[in-house]
Design a protein around this ligand. Sequence first.
Ligand code: NAP
Length: 330
Amino acid sequence: VPKASRICLGTWAIGAWLWGGADDDNSIATVAAAVDQGVNFIDTAPVYGFGRAEEVVGRALKKIGGRDRLVIATKAGLEWTPDEKVFRNCATKRLQEELEASLQRLQVDTIDLYQVHWPDTQVPIAETAGVMKGFLDSGKVKAIGVSNYSVAQMEEFRKECPLHSNQPPYNLFERGIEADILPFTNQNKITTLAYGAICRGLLSGRMTESTAFPETDLRSFDPKFQAPRYQQYLKAVSDLQQLASERYGKNVLQLAVRWILDQGQTVALWGARRPDQLTPLAQVSGWQLNADDKADIDRILSAAVTDPIGPEFMGSPDRSDPSYNGAHPL
Ligand code: NAP
């Protein structure tokens, strides 16, 4: 497996589900544009468009060629019904079926990084880890990751299977992992794949008070994008933009991605679905944020966002939750 780039292309929006649709030709061009610009790491999942994102990534890989230059990450452990209700399922049989289905959709023989998408409390972590270890031993999977796991869950997992990465939500506005998860993974040399690196576009600098989203786009009900809280986040973006341009000659998106890369053993997952969205990429490497500026960033955030909210609205339903009725909360 080649060394992965520190920026990883996120393909949730490419699957169209919860992102207001997608254009497959544009999606394929986006994967190609990422690779052209030195991003050799691509993250996808079966649930993104219920197979669609993986299929589109597979088509892109065929078109681009050079599979051995690329690092392909996908996930397992979420199931869906024909009417698109999503739930966690890490049963052994489900994971085994998912691996084969992902290999087929991606049109590859091996998966470079295979991640448990969400912990399923109905299945002991040790059992899930044992199945993942079997995949590693079979050679079909080259490295193992988890996503949305707590420290305790990672500790348990690691007793049965090597753990190479963790994929939590992490960006300037969503910093819950700094309490315990990030120190744990940094200390144990487990790579963090930070998802929502630009906070679903909020940290791109393109959002304004009048930006509207279709009902099928999760941002139409993302609590960060609702007034009056939305205005607080927009104010923070505007202040961060000023800091980025005055002190570094960069824009807020580049600052947001750089900030993630400066937090330890991290990779920033950058969701994009059009090639032009990757234009700012070139300006993310070759510089670093200094400690004083990081402290100023924190001051900007606490002054502007007085009523912060986390990314919990995206949580996939846990079957042990008494209120769980099979429906995705989104
Ligand atoms: P994100 O990377 O924070 O934001 C992606 C969105 O930002 C894009 O769809 C695009 O929205 C906008 N954007 C991107 N580049 C832009 C640019 N240059 N200018 C303006 N807007 C730009 O959010 P994300 O896609 O949710 O997270 C990244 C990846 O993390 C996902 O694709 C997925 O691979 C992974 N993820 C994993 C989990 C998990 O549970 N493990 C959960 C969420 C995400 P528009 O196209 O609408 O403008």
